[in-house]
Design a binder for this molecule. Structure first.
Ligand code: N2P
Length: 345
């Protein structure tokens, strides 16, 4: 037998084994997602329908996701990144193109979310869900009416020492800039000085800076106010009825989270199957019910629990001002990091 023949035979044998293994299992999918953001029921449905076994690992912020992928962590097939980080991840070569516009159900995406500014042509990503960022607080502890973010940046006695802040520099900076009425992705020294001063002054009133575990801290009363994402706060409120999410007069931040595929994902085809699964209204609606956020998929509403879809946190009130913070340039990111490092000393 020629050398060539052996190789071909070897390959054929390998294929036969592969096909046999496939009959039992369609392989694996490793998801890296934010905490409290992956519905176990939905993953069960995905596995039942596709035969793909899912494992989930979690993180607390876009910065953690970025650092993890930058560190060369391999093994993840799916990650979820906010809109402003999709561009950073693609620029750094940390995620790969999936050409989502070619997926059969691509048209299920609402027109306004197709080909977004952060990913023209949806080459890298499909939107997962969107929400807003503000503060939520316990009206049983702080009983006066609240309409301003000032209550949390310059808090009254009742809230001192009991406030939770995010553990993410970009998310802490974007909201304080809204409070001050300053532009996002700001590297103007005077604006940054002002923002840093607000955060330094607030610091003695802050119990912790941590984006993980907010639902538990607010539900248990460990913190009585927290910087928080809208849908996560709804879930805390479901456990403690006196909680209230603030749509502040200064406005707020909005974000769209997106499903992306890390470079070198070991199960690229399964990752694409997952993305397509999430484009089905029924699955998207199940996700919405679990996480408490509207999604970008047409018809998902029909499958979203009405109690969730009508919750006050679910959609911002008409006329409320909110900003999708853009992806910042290096200069702003470095400036935010300096403020953050000093704040956390
Ligand atoms: C995690 C929710 C993350 C939303 N529970 C922030 N993009």
């Amino acid at each position: 037998m020629t050398r060539f023949g052996k190789i071909v035979l070897g390959a054929a044998f390998g294929l036969a084994l592969g096909a046999q293994a496939q009959a039992q299992s369609k392989g694996e999918l490793h998801i890296y997602n934010w905490t409290d953001y992956t519905s176990p029921e939905l993953m069960k449905k995905f596995s039942e329908e596709t035969g793909i076994k899912v494992t989930v690992d979690t993180y607390d912020s876009n910065e953690t996701l970025l650092a993890k992928l930058k560190s060369g962590a391999a093994g993840y097939d799916i990650a979820v990144a906010s809109h402003d980080f999709v561009q950073i991840l693609s620029r750094e070569g940390l995620i790969q193109k999936v050409h989502a516009a070619k997926f059969p159900d691509y048209g299920n995406l609402k027109k306004e979310w197709q080909s977004p500014a952060w990913d023209p042509g949806n080459e890298y990503s499909i939107p997962y869900d969107w929400g807003t960022t503000s503060f939520g607080y316990d009206t049983a502890v702080y009983t006066k009416p609240v309409d301003s973010l000032k209550t949390f940046y310059d808090p009254p006695a009742e809230l001192k020492g009991k406030i939770g802040m995010f553990g993410s520099p970009t998310e802490v900076m974007s909201l304080v800039l809204v409070y001050l009425g300053k532009p996002q992705c700001n590297s103007n020294p005077a604006d940054l000085k002002e923002a840093a001063a607000v955060l330094e002054k607030q610091k003695p009133s802050v119990k912790l800076y941590n984006s993980d575990g907010i639902q538990d801290r607010m539900a248990s009363g460990e913190t009585v106010a927290h910087q928080v994402w809208s849908g996560d706060f709804r879930r805390a409120r479901a456990q403690r009825a006196s909680l209230k999410y603030l749509f502040a007069k200064e406005g707020g931040i909005a974000w769209m989270d997106n499903i992306v595929v890390p470079a070198h994902a070991p199960n690229l085809e399964n990752a694409k199957i997952f993305m397509q699964f999430m484009l089905k209204p029924e699955n998207s609606g199940m996700h919405s019910t679990f996480a408490g956020y509207p999604t970008a998929v047409t018809g998902a509403e029909k499958f979203t629990d009405p109690a969730v879809a009508t919750a006050p946190e679910y959609l911002p009130p008409k006329g409320w001002k909110y900003t999708f913070a853009p992806s910042c340039d290096e200069k702003a990111i470095r400036a935010y990091d300096r403020i953050w490092t000093k704040l956390r000393q």
